[in-house]
Write a protein that binds this ligand. Structure first.
Ligand code: HEC
Ligand code: HEC
Length: 159
């Protein structure tokens, strides 16, 4: 009888840790999010976070997206961790920076982000890849899809 609670606790712990699984078709990371829409900072990499998080489904974010090493990685593939996403205000020159997590996801809450248009720089190991065209929407993944939408060249990728 003494063993039962410990087994249950171990199973709950494992359940919380199995929302990512190995998938070689995900070039950037070799892993994929399998947790569906359950709330997590690792959730739904590659998908349009702001479509949900801009309108009250889950916490509100001003900008959010996913950074990859492969420009054509599919939705829910994990991206690259520890990359800086620097946003610069077109109006004031102010900059703010988000850092990608273990899923490659990055996000800033409304009170961490300036208003108005921005340009973006992706900085990794001292190298830079820049988006020179100012954008108003913080929904990076709405344009940076696996095939590219609205003129964007596929995913947000590291330099
Ligand atoms: C289909 C809608 C949907 C999409 C797409 C989505 N989310 Fe979520 N997210 C939610 C909902 C709903 C919750 C709240 C779930 C809850 O409270 O249990 C949530 C919760 C979260 C949380 C909070 C987790 C916590 O522990 O409190 C973070 C962080 C998050 N999402 C980040 C992201 C990021 C980054 C993306 C894009 C890469 C994203 N989400 C895409 C619906 C979505
Ligand atoms: C409304 C569509 C749109 C949104 C939203 C958007 N982008 Fe872009 N992005 C583009 C277009 C179009 C280009 C190509 C033109 C350019 O480089 O300025 C681009 C290019 C880039 C590039 C350079 C690509 C390369 O290969 O050189 C980076 C980096 C980038 N975007 C990052 C981001 C980040 C980070 C976000 C979110 C904070 C974001 N983008 C949001 C449309 C968008």
């Amino acid at each position: 009888m003494n063993h039962l609670p410990r087994v249950v606790v171990a199973l709950l712990f494992l359940a919380g840790c199995t929302s990512t699984s190995s998938d070689p078709s995900c070039i950037s990371s070799g892993t994929r999010w399998t947790g569906g829409n359950s709330g997590s900072s690792q959730m739904n990499p590659g998908m349009d976070c702001i479509a949900c998080h801009g309108n009250g489904h889950g916490p509100r974010y001003a900008i959010a997206g996913t950074v990859y090493s492969d420009g054509a990685d599919a939705d829910t593939c994990d991206g690259v961790t520890g990359v800086s996403i620097e946003l610069k205000s077109v109006d004031t020159g102010e900059t703010v920076t988000a850092t990608s997590n273990s899923a490659g996801n990055f996000f800033l809450q409304n009170n961490q982000m300036f208003a108005g248009k921005y340009t973006a720089r992706v900085i990794n190991n001292g190298k830079v890849r820049a988006m020179a065209t100012p954008q108003a929407s913080g929904a990076c993944n709405s344009c940076h899809t696996a095939t590219g939408a609205n003129g964007a060249p596929g995913r947000v990728i590291i330099p």
